[in-house]
Write a protein that binds this ligand. Structure first.
Ligand SMILES: NC(=O)c1ccc[n+]([C@@H]2O[C@H](COP(=O)([O-])OP(=O)(O)OC[C@H]3O[C@@H](n4cnc5c(N)ncnc54)[C@H](O)[C@@H]3O)[C@@H](O)[C@H]2O)c1
Length: 252
């Protein structure tokens, strides 16, 4: 078991990649905090984990709210005594809205969840990791965090910011025993499409231009295996970088 005795928080873990990561980490011996806006769905994930002999708790947390982030980490430490791994996974799409049609409201909502959320959770866990001179952060960025038109302008900018934040934290805390990496998934079969409720025709057409170059879409379990590698000591020399998991889509 590669995460035996470790305690891991996964945000947005009621669905998709977060759920797959929570399940795999639990199967590898971690005590998992299944955190999501939708706590009932998070509890269902915990029940499944427990039915397979794993350990987990569900905590309701909106990563866009500072008080929820505080409570998420404080409750985890109270419950399990320590924290070893943070996976910043919660994120939403932006309806492919192009720059000329962006509203402040959309820009701020996307950044609050996709970028400010990971910053706040990271800010909160770093002192815990610094004290024990060990800790791992895995951020779920996106192909849209490396390439220019895989989504709308706000999503693209929000995930580019996550990539920059990942590199900054990875380097600055490297000598303190802390690692911070990101995964850039290509298209993955999850429920994220439910956050695309009124796609902008122009923006979507421009974003879809490269879809025929995508070799295939992935399954959440394929991203979970990359997250396991980055969260475990198997990746002890990997820090401050982005691992693409996209079937080669970005290689073209
Ligand atoms: N699916 C893809 O093709 C794809 C590709 C690249 C990157 N990503 C990224 O992967 C991550 C996971 O997405 P997914 O595809 O598994 O989506 P998903 O919609 O299946 O799961 C996301 C989960 O996050 C939760 N969530 C949403 N807003 C939240 C908030 N403010 N606070 C806490 N939880 C919140 C949702 O309730 C949901 O359970 C996201 O950051 C997304 O941007 C997805």
């Amino acid at each position: 078991m590669r995460l035996s005795g470790k305690v891991a928080i996964i945000t947005g873990a009621a669905s998709g990649m977060g759920k797959a990561i929570a399940e795999l980490f639990a199967a590898e011996g971690a005590k998992v905090v299944v955190s999501d806006l939708r706590v009932e769905a998070a509890q269902t994930v915990v029940t499944e984990i427990e039915s397979k002999g794993g350990t987990g708790i569900a905590i309701a947390a909106n990563v866009a709210k500072e008080e929820d982030v505080q409570q998420l980490v404080d409750t985890t430490v109270k419950q399990f005594g320590i924290l070893d791994i943070l996976v910043n996974n919660a994120g939403i799409m932006d309806n492919f809205v192009p720059a000329a049609e962006l509203t402040d409201e959309l820009w701020e909502r996307i950044f609050a969840i996709n970028t400010t959320g990971p910053m706040r959770t990271t800010r909160k866990v770093l002192p815990i990791f610094m004290e024990k001179k060990k800790g791992v952060i895995v951020n779920i960025a996106s192909a849209g965090g490396l390439q220019g038109s895989r989504a709308g302008a706000a999503y693209t900018a929000s995930k580019h910011a996550v990539v920059g934040f990942t590199k900054n934290v990875g380097f600055q805390y490297a000598t303190l025993g802390i690692r911070c990496n990101a995964i850039a998934p290509g298209g993955v079969n999850t429920n994220i499409g439910t956050t695309i409720n009124s796609p902008n025709p122009f923006g979507m057409e421009r974003a879809m231009a490269g879809m025929n170059l995508n070799p295939r879409s992935g399954d959440p379990e394929e991203i979970a295996k990359v997250a396991l590698f980055l969260a475990s000591d198997d990746s002890s020399f990997v820090n401050g970088t982005v691992v693409a998991a996209d079937a080669g889509w970005m290689a073209y």
